[in-house]
Design a protein around this ligand. Structure first.
Ligand code: ARG
Ligand code: ZN
Length: 881
């Protein structure tokens, strides 16, 4: 691999980890924000670590810095006194320790990578995780060097009335030439990736929270003045998250102030800087008029996620970036639990699982597969992946299932207490789980660590034999690891929650003398068997309830078995997953017929899925509308593509549409009944019930568009006219545009005229068009890229157009002539020159290439060769390589 300068890219290995030779006792920073450039002065008090050798060298990191001066304990140094290569700055004269004083100049206006300190639209802000701080000043920019911080910011008072950093504001004042300053002190030692600075003209919403021990915390949400009316939901979410973390994890907030800043130019969702979270506007702003239900839920989840990092990430941080899952996987699990408690637990779970199965499983099966704790990396920014976040969360969830809620809580208490203020590793987390529960720590850690070390998705094969005469069922489970796994894959501990579904419903059975409707097994060996007694009839197994382990299941279910689960399983999640499995089976079979040219059989063929859904759907739409809605959302092409060896987007799309039509055709009157309720036109309420009612109506409208397009168009127009909120408006617009119904273009124009001043709504307008599942969308996207509101420097806008097209529009992206790939490649090159992180993410869309037919593969490879032979960032180069 090569970097942009042509030198071999450096691979960093976990096994090479070395503790820092110098610890940092305190960091003092002074920022002069001066229009064209910024000067940063730093005073760093170092001490040689007890474990370090006498001849230890002080190693700091710096990138894109103009070094103005360096002094060691008051003595000016010259360039002969240090070595500076690539990003490493080394000084051999640090002895037992001392104070390093540096002054550097940086250029926030020119920073389009949005990493380090940057200014866009007048607002200064920082993004330091993972390695952005080295672009601000020379520093031991690694997560295992923690120190207290004192930060002074000086800036023009008129353009930057608000000056923020981590911790508590301890002094402010005016200085000459219309400038002013503020000093912030963060008493909690932290690594540099959690540093933040914000300066600009912002309005603030204030509220407060009283912690369990009675301390009053000031809560502040900073946004542009025009967005202040969109902060209530984030504020309520924050308060709910703070209370929840106290109750569920015993975690109390530890500063007097908690700030959130909304930034319109941001590479990611949000960032958990200590006491000063920086958020993408899309993850903090919400208002019924401009934000859909999905948007509201995202805000709630991300606000909670970043807040939860205060303990899982900040108070206990990561020793090195290989341990990223330690904070991210655990925190995602925590935010999933939180969201499940706020709205519907089942819907939350099935959405999380569908997301994992669609995207993480594909990552695990493709060229970018890696372990939850990888052994090596080139560009750390490429490792903020679904595997580390989502699979990492599943591992935490399995521990929770295995240890029980109380056992898991004992473990997390032990972890937070033991490692508070430290930089930990995955082994520490597992060790706490074992020790707090009186388990053999050595055995437990080595067994569970396998989940973190082995890449690939395990496969569990199921075999069951029922003996009528003795009413016994013998269940045999076998686990195999994918070939991606390390050379000698080892058996994993796999929790299996299961029940038995008879002809009339759930059966109670006995395992080792315990009689219950549900049992928890742990598959630890390559193969294991269990005997269940009192099994009075041959049951259908309801396996891996609530997706108790992130595995692929191989079981010989007949269509009738899956239909029985859809009808009768008491576990709602498994009712849904049975419908998903049956839909997948029918779509794949039909697609195979299309591919082989055998079109005879498909039309009159009975759909077992359609029959099962027809039987339950009306009742479900009344009793559990959210689940009813989900049952009609058949697996996406992205999901299906992971289920096949050869991916033929056209055949799959056709087959999917055909099965969907079979499913909804018998539901026409039921869909009418749902739509007649007009829940969509009621004033906005954020509750599980209201969201469920809206979601089933949106799905019903989409279904109706396939059966009676005229009627559907009329309802959509009615919604657009009467819409009391964006959820109705967006559902109507999507139906019109994605089904190319009459009036779609006028509706798009009217929507644009109404919302062109709201960037986040405009993003939706772009995204709706870029994801329209027709081949012509490619030309539309070309037009959108030339639209006066398209701005390639705003990540949200880029994702709304280019990201949607590449990742959420398989029909158009996989154009047989390769024109979709060409479009994306061209855009990638332009984006990469400015913003490598953003480009590298988009480049992931090509990860599917190996499954495509030869002709598409050739088209992709040609584009990739073209890209790789030019100037590319190391981020994007690594992804494409
Ligand atoms: N820690 C942030 C979170 O809460 C994400 C940071 C992503 N950083 C990056 N370089 N991609 O998930
Ligand atoms: Zn996170």
């Amino acid at each position: 691999m090569k970097t942009e300068t042509g030198v071999a890219a450096k691979i960093i290995y976990l096994k090479d980890y070395q503790a820092p030779h110098y610890t940092l006792e305190h960091t003092e920073l002074h920022f002069e924000l001066l229009g064209d450039y910024t000067e940063v002065s730093a005073e760093l008090r170092f001490k040689r670590a007890l474990t370090a050798p006498k001849e230890a060298v002080l190693t700091l990191l710096g990138a894109d810095l103009e070094l103005l001066s360096v002094a060691w304990s008051g003595q000016l140094l010259s360039a002969n006194d240090w070595q500076w290569q690539d990003e490493k700055w080394q000084f051999a004269g640090a002895g037992e320790g001392g104070v390093l004083s540096t002054k550097v100049r940086i250029y926030p206006d020119q920073n389009l990578a949005l990493e380090g300190l940057y200014r866009s639209h007048g607002l200064y802000c920082t993004q330091c995780e993972a390695e952005g701080f080295r672009k601000i000043t020379l520093y031991p920019d690694r997560p295992d060097v923690l120190s207290t911080f004192r930060t002074t910011i000086v800036a023009d008072k008129a353009s930057c009335p608000v000056l923020l950093s981590n911790g508590n504001c301890v002094a402010t004042g005016d200085s000459e030439n219309g400038r002013h300053w503020a000093t912030w002190e963060d008493p909690h030692p932290k690594p540099s990736y959690l540093f933040a600075l914000v300066a600009g003209d912002l309005a603030v919403l204030r509220d407060s929270f009283t912690t369990v021990s009675g301390r009053e915390v000031a809560l502040e949400i900073y946004t542009a003045e025009v967005d202040q009316d969109k902060c209530d939901h984030a504020m309520r979410s924050l308060q709910a998250a703070m209370r929840w973390d106290e109750e569920r994890y015993g975690c109390e907030y530890d500063l007097d102030r908690y700030m959130i800043v909304a930034v319109s130019h941001f590479n990611m969702g949000a960032m958990e800087n200590k006491g000063l979270n920086v958020f993408n506007t899309s993850c903090v702003l919400a208002h019924p008029a401009t934000t859909t239900d999905a948007g509201f839920q995202r805000v709630e989840a991300v606000v909670a996620h970043e807040y939860f990092h205060n303990w899982s990430g900040n108070r206990v941080t990561c020793r090195d970036w290989f341990q990223l899952c330690l904070k991210e996987g655990f925190t995602v699990f925590r935010d999933q639990q939180f969201s499940a408690d706020q709205l519907s637990a089942v819907v939350q779970r099935l959405e999380d699982v569908a997301f994992l199965q669609t995207h993480q499983f594909a990552e695990d099966a493709g060229p970018l597969a890696h372990a939850v704790r990888p052994e090596s990396f080139v560009e750390i920014n490429n490792f903020y992946t679904l595997t580390i976040y989502e699979k990492g969360a599943e591992i935490a969830r399995m521990l929770h299932t295995f240890l029980g809620a109380d056992g898991f809580r004992r473990g997390s208490d032990h972890y937070f207490k033991t490692y508070d203020g430290q930089a930990a590793i995955v082994e520490d987390f597992l060790n706490s789980m074992a020790v707090a529960n009186g388990l053999d720590a050595g055995a437990f850690v080595s067994q569970w660590l396998r989940w973190y070390r082995q890449p690939g998705t395990p496969v569990v094969s199921v075999n069951s034999v029922w003996q009528k005469d003795i009413q016994r069922l013998t269940l045999t489970l076998t686990q195999t690891q994918s070939s991606k796994s390390s050379s000698t894959p080892e058996s994993l501990p796999i929790p299996v929650r299961l029940g038995f579904i008879g002809k009339e419903g759930e059966l109670s059975t006995s395992l080792n003398g315990v009689t219950a409707n549900e049992h928890l097994l742990v598959l630890e060996q390559a193969e294991q068997s269990w005997q269940f007694d009192d099994v009075s009839q041959v049951p259908v197994l309801s396996l891996f309830r609530d997706f108790s382990a992130p595995v692929r299941v191989k079981a010989e279910f007949g269509d009738a078995d899956l239909a029985q689960l859809i009808r009768l399983d008491s576990n709602s999640f498994n009712r849904w997953s049975a419908s998903y499995a049956l839909a997948t089976r029918e779509i794949l079979a039909l697609a195979e017929q299309y591919r082989s040219g055998d079109l005879r059989a498909h039309q009159p063929q009975e759909s077992a899925l359609a029959a099962a859904i027809a039987e339950v759907w009306s009742e479900l739409a009344a009793s559990d509308p959210a689940l009813a809605a989900k049952m009609l959302q058949l697996p996406s092409l992205a999901y299906l593509s992971d289920q096949v060896a050869c991916y033929d987007p056209e055949a799959l799309q056709r087959a999917r549409e055909s099965v969907l039509l079979q499913v909804i055709a018998p539901l026409q009157s039921a869909l009418g009944t749902v739509l007649a309720k007009q829940e969509m036109l009621k004033p906005y309420v954020y509750s599980a019930q209201a969201i469920a009612a809206r979601s089933v109506e949106a799905v019903a409208l989409d279904g109706l568009a396939r059966l009676q397009s005229g009627a559907a168009a009329a309802i959509a127009q009615h919604w657009l006219k009467e819409a009391p909120h964006m959820s109705a408006e967006q559902a109507a617009l999507t139906t019109l545009v994605h089904h190319q119904l009459p009036g779609a273009d006028d509706a798009l124009q009217a929507f644009y005229a109404r919302w062109k001043h709201e960037p986040l709504v405009l993003d939706q307008w772009f995204a709706t068009q870029a994801s329209a599942p027709q081949a012509e969308t490619r030309e539309r996207v070309e037009a959108l890229l030339a639209h006066s509101d398209f701005d390639a420097t705003v990540p949200n806008r880029v994702r709304a157009v280019i990201g949607q097209f590449a990742n959420n529009n398989p029909v158009a992206f996989h154009d047989a002539e390769g024109r979709g790939y060409g479009l994306i490649a061209k855009q990638l090159l332009a984006i990469d020159a400015r913003n490598p992180q953003l480009a590298s993410r988009l480049a992931g869309a090509f990860g599917i290439w190996q499954k495509l037919d030869e002709s598409r593969q050739a088209h992709i490879l040609r584009e990739l060769d073209g890209l790789l032979s030019g100037d590319l960032s190391s981020d994007t180069r690594e992804t494409l390589s």
